[in-house]
Design a binder for this molecule. Structure first.
Ligand code: SF4
Length: 743
């Protein structure tokens, strides 16, 4: 005997996700009060197990004083979340993304000026949430008749409760088209229930016996049982494994198992397991038995609850009823895949062309497609994207292409339009699984191939230093060999990490996932171009900006663009004498220099720095006059005298004859380099840039005049003077001598 489990049996995507969120929240908030706003799902067994994890149920925000509140898959009005946050509660939003999509479109329609109409059950919590998204300005209609009763309006914007039937939604829209100049509608119907029913129908048509697991008062489970019965299988609706009777089965029977949306997997597994215990079923083969999901494993990990709680499984709810409606509609052959959005034409044209147009929007992307989608929800573990098909697509966190410490919210926000790669068209829950990372990579490879063909330069950030070179981010991982990092050898590759480089692709192999790039080649190309420009367009006298690259004893090499260097000789650095280039410049200093000479043949460029500075010899005659006594510094001594610096760039000569009153054989007998001296300006030749100086004259001028000689009075010779008459006469003689020299 064969036992086969139907696809899509049990929890839908939204319910499963809500439970996973709740379990994770309990694990992350041990010791903190945790509540769900209303029962998380309509399964007492699951609620009991969550309760064992410390998750309690509160009816309203006002009943919670502190802790964490989990919003269940139905969602709540935004105002409720605001109230919760206002009370200081931590909000964990487990609203089903499909519900959230309906809320988002409703809010958008309202913002765009449409009168929002929600097709659904006005008492259902999900509809209350969608209504809240319109700030309670929306109108809820349950039937085409209610829609027909609405007044004329400028523009209606319509969304559906996720569990609505497609036929009801379409009929309501059709009624509204006649009442407004414009009707815009978004098909926000979720197909999870429809898929479950279709899978049950398929299985029931292939087996002899169908077991439908779920509460007897569960509308959607009862509907499943009906469908299976109608498909020809002997169908039994069971709540637990204990309900199964061995007498239901005949030797060789094929048995199918399915379950309602709120039936936990462990209940389904118990049913399958129980069947293996029956006589005559030892040979059975369990096909398609799905392993318990993370969710169920996590819930299973909770302490066991009383067995009798199982009896309350799958109680009938508004949600179940709504699921049933949606499923019935989706079961109709004409419905196919549910669409996303379209815009209605005017009333008279609506029925034929617009419905056709509407159907055309039912495009489900194929696996391997790259499609454009709009981000509708961003959470820490996935991003929901509306891709224009029947189902919302989800990008798992690891498919987002996050870098380093990035979080999904760092790279995406609701409303962003992005390209995504379709990994799977159905993950078993009607949800499309997408990858942004793959889409980005494919796009990046395409662009790289284009750029490689054209030899274009690309910019990329260095992410890592590795053995033999650098890794760069060019949409995919690229490698820059160490020899291609710069025009010269680079010792410190680490210093490039974090920098953005301009690169050329030198090797590209998509099969081997290999991109090799060169920064050196870009620099080399630019160097050659710049050299051409400099030698062809620059001329002596031009002033350019450069960067000091290297200092030597005889000067500095200055980069005047893209690595083209000129020599700034030490003698051209300042008007005064420079002992070493490092006295004036430092490496990497930016300076303005004058081009003194361009030798194209030998590719040599001479530069001058002092030529860009004010010339101290300009108006020298107004600064110094013959007869002035000024202080200077001896810069060097020569055989014929000493050079004395009066200011930077202005030196005068003290001829050897002007060093002293007496004959000087050797300059250094009187002055030495570095000595400060008073000098008298004795000549200025502005043209020849010469100033004649005299130390001897300066001394004469500075020497105090002798006191007039008094009538000699007989007096006693001072005992302590220590100065003889001869000495006095000698000094007087010297003074008289210097006076005659002046003449
Ligand atoms: S039935 Fe659809 S909309 Fe409702 S919770 Fe499940 S997945 Fe979400």
């Amino acid at each position: 005997m064969i036992v086969e489990l139907a696809d899509n049996a049990g929890f839908c995507f939204g319910v499963k996700r809500a439970i996973e969120t709740a379990v994770r929240t309990a694990e992350e908030n041990k010791g903190v009060p945790i509540y769900t706003l209303g029962p998380l799902i309509h399964s007492p067994q699951t609620v009991a197990r969550l309760s064992a994890l410390g998750i309690r149920v509160a009816d309203k925000i006002e009943d919670i004083d502190n802790g964490v509140v989990i919003i269940r898959s139905h969602g709540v009005p935004p105002q409720t979340i605001e109230r919760a946050r206002g009370k200081g509660l931590q909000v964990v939003d487990a609203t089903c993304p499909f519900v959230l999509r309906a809320m988002t479109w409703a809010a958008q329609l309202r913002e765009d000026g449409y009168q929002v109409v929600i097709v659904g059950d006005r008492d259902h919590p999900e509809v209350v949430a969608i209504l809240g998204a319109t700030d309670n300005t929306g109108i809820v209609v349950g039937t085409p008749e209610e829609a027909a009763a609405l007044p004329a309006c400028e523009a209606y914007g319509v969304v559906a409760q996720t569990t609505q039937s497609l036929s009801n939604f379409r009929a309501c829209v059709a009624e509204l088209v006649g009442k407004a100049r414009e009707v815009k509608f978004y098909d926000t119907i979720c197909t999870a229930t429809a898929r479950r029913q279709q899978a049950a129908r398929d299985l029931a048509s292939r087996v002899d016996v169908m077991l439908v697991v779920g509460g007897r008062n569960s509308a959607n489970t009862t509907r499943l049982a009906q469908i299976c019965q109608e498909s020809g299988a002997r169908t039994y609706h069971v709540e637990t494994a204990d309900d199964i009777e061995p007498s239901w089965f005949r030797p060789g029977d094929k048995v199918g198992v399915t379950a309602g949306a709120s039936t936990p997997n462990w209940l389904i597994e118990e049913v399958v397991q129980r069947m293996t215990e029956f006589d005559g079923l030892q040979e059975q083969e369990v096909k398609n038995a799905q392993a318990a999901t993370v969710t169920e494993e996590a819930v299973e990990a909770a302490p066991a609850v009383e067995a009798n709680a199982v009896q309350a499984a799958g109680q009938g709810t508004a949600e179940d009823a709504a699921h049933q409606q949606a499923a019935e509609a989706a079961a109709a052959p004409s419905q196919g895949e549910s669409g996303e959005k379209t815009q209605a034409d005017t009333a008279g044209e609506y029925d034929a062309p617009t419905m056709a147009q509407y159907d055309e929007t039912f495009i489900t992307p194929n696996q391997g497609d790259i499609v454009r989608g709009k981000v509708v929800q961003v959470s820490s573990d996935e991003v929901l994207v509306h891709v224009g098909g029947k189902s919302e697509g989800r990008i798992p966190r690891h498919e987002l292409g996050l870098k380093g410490d990035q979080e999904p919210a760092d790279i995406l926000t609701v409303g962003d339009e992005i390209d995504v790669y379709v990994l799977r068209t159905d993950d078993g829950e009607g949800s499309v699984v997408l990858s942004k990372r793959r889409a980005d990579q494919i796009k990046a490879w395409k662009e790289l191939e284009e750029k490689y063909k054209k030899g274009e330069v690309i910019e990329a950030a260095v992410t890592e230093r590795v053995k033999g070179g650098l890794l760069v981010d060019v949409g995919v991982r690229g490698f820059v060999p160490a020899s291609h990092v710069a025009r010269n050898y680079v010792e410190d590759l680490e210093s490039y990490v974090g920098k953005t480089l301009r690169l050329k692709i030198i090797e590209l192999d998509r099969q081997r996932n290999n991109v090799v790039l060169s920064h050196r080649q870009v620099l080399e190309d630019e160097y050659q171009k710049q050299k051409e420009i400099i030698f062809n367009t620059y001329k002596p006298g031009d002033i350019v900006t450069g960067v000091v690259r290297r200092l030597t004893d005889f000067g500095a090499f200055v980069d005047i663009g893209s690595g083209v260097e000129g020599l700034l000789h030490v003698s051209e650095m300042a008007y005064s004498r420079v002992n070493h280039p490092s006295d004036v410049l430092s490496e990497n200093q930016e300076i303005k220099v004058m081009i003194l000479n361009l030798d194209k043949e030998n590719e040599r460029i001479s530069l001058g720095l002092k030529q860009t500075l004010p010339d101290p010899w300009d108006n020298i005659s107004s600064k110094y006059h013959v007869g002035d006594i000024v202080q200077g510094e001896v810069t060097r001594t020569v055989d014929f005298g000493a050079f004395v610096k009066l200011e930077d760039g202005v030196e005068g000569l003290v001829h050897i004859s002007q060093l002293a009153d007496h004959h000087v054989a050797n300059t250094q007998d009187v002055v030495t380099a570095g000595q400060k001296v008073d000098v008298k300006v004795i000549s200025i030749d502005e043209q020849a840039r010469r100033i004649g100086l005299s130390i001897r004259e300066a001394k004469k001028t500075n020497k105090p005049k002798p006191e007039p000689v008094q009538e000699a009075q007989p007096q006693e010779e001072p005992e302590s003077s220590g100065v003889t008459i001869g000495e006095l006469v000698g000094d007087l003689g010297a003074l008289l001598q210097s006076g005659s020299d002046e003449e």
